[in-house]
Write a protein that binds this ligand. Structure first.
Ligand code: NI
Length: 219
């Protein structure tokens, strides 16, 4: 009789994680990712969700990447500014553009105060997202948005630090094409590069302004 109780707990927990993922608009992505486990990185999306939801591990840290003008950038370049860090890829049909638009709008709404917020778009598709390609993409969302790319290793390292899940998924019709499944959280970092929290995908600019503005008043 005792076994039943213990057997029920893991599915319940799993259900909670899936429900949280769905609330964040990630249900389909999670199912896709689970179906393509062969191409998945070390940690599953559910593990990543769990770490972020319950603050189980530190988020953020050092990175060394190439910006859309071809210059090497590290996290130290943005000390003294709040950072809005978003991982995605330029071929993303829907989620990335929507969130990048919200980030651009957030900066517009912050006005002059927004100058001490640095938005960063880190590509999880370095193969296609060259600095040149990023240079055509990021200005569509905001003139101050910096696009970052780099070697596959440098991207994986940055993504691991930020607890970002991503995996290359071959397209069903054409073997030479692929898409990239990825978590789409917008990370807010303080002036020293410490993690303050994340905005789920689909967060409105109004909500981001509400959270960011009080932080700007702090030294
Ligand atoms: Ni995307």
């Amino acid at each position: 009789k005792g076994a039943g109780h213990h057997d029920r707990q893991p599915p319940f927990l799993r259900h909670m994680i899936v429900r949280a993922a769905c609330r964040a608009g990630l249900g389909l992505w999670l199912l896709l990712a689970l179906a393509c486990a062969a191409d998945a990185p070390a940690r599953s999306p559910a593990e990543i969700m769990d770490i972020l939801m319950w603050n189980r591990e530190p988020v953020g840290g050092p990175f060394e990447l190439i910006d859309h003008t071809g210059h090497t950038r590290t996290e130290r370049d943005f000390r003294g500014q709040l950072m809005l860090v978003y991982f995605g890829f330029t071929f993303c049909p829907d989620v990335c553009p929507t969130d990048l638009q919200a980030i651009g709008l957030t900066l517009d709404k912050l006005g002059k105060d927004g100058d001490s917020v640095q938005p960063l778009f880190v590509s999880v598709d370095p193969e296609r997202d060259t600095p040149e390609h990023l240079a055509e993409y990021v200005p569509m969302f905001h003139p101050r948005l910096i696009g970052l790319t780099g070697s596959a290793e440098a991207i994986r390292k940055a993504a691991d630090a930020y607890k970002v899940y991503y995996a290359k998924i071959p397209a069903t019709q054409n073997a030479s094409e692929y898409t990239v499944d990825h978590t789409a959280f917008i990370y807010l970092m303080d002036r020293e590069g410490n993690y303050l929290g994340f905005f789920p995908p689909g967060t409105s600019a109004e909500r981001m302004v509400e959270i960011i503005r009080p932080r700007l008043a702090e030294p």
